[in-house]
Write a protein that binds this ligand. Structure first.
Ligand code: AMP
Length: 113
């Protein structure tokens, strides 16, 4: 945990969030500026700044297992959804705690950028 990280504060419930899912390794909550009907941020509980800093592939397994459950829970399984990561400043990463955007619940733009 990093004291000045907003997502660490959300995990610790020191900052409010709209929680969607939680297990021992993964936390998920609704984005405050949703880009579609459903816009959920799925994050490792461990503070890792960027995907470049991920040292164990276990993190990906844990995250994608959670995403699958969340998609079912949110009713996005059938229609599909987008999973994206902004990695680093050039890609628009603004919060330096790894997060996977899960976006769907309606037809979304086919443009990636
Ligand atoms: P990125 O630009 O990929 O780093 O995405 C950061 C995302 O975090 C943005 O979509 C923000 O809207 C979202 N965000 C920032 N602070 C919060 C917060 N306190 N609660 C929920 N979402 C947040």
């Amino acid at each position: 945990m990093k004291d000045d990280c907003i997502f660490c504060k959300i995990i610790k419930k020191e900052s409010p969030s709209n929680i969607v899912y939680e297990d021992s390794n993964v936390f998920a909550f609704r984005d405050i500026q949703p880009q579609a009907k459903h816009h959920i941020l799925v994050i490792p509980k461990k503070h890792i700044p960027t995907i470049t800093d991920i040292e164990s592939n276990d993190v990906y397994g844990q995250i994608f297992s959670a995403i699958k459950k969340i998609a079912k829970q949110e009713g996005m399984e059938k229609g599909g959804y987008r999973v994206c990561i902004n990695n680093g400043p050039d890609a628009g990463q603004t919060v330096f705690h790894v997060h996977f955007h899960v976006i769907g619940g309606e037809k979304i733009s086919d443009k990636m950028a």
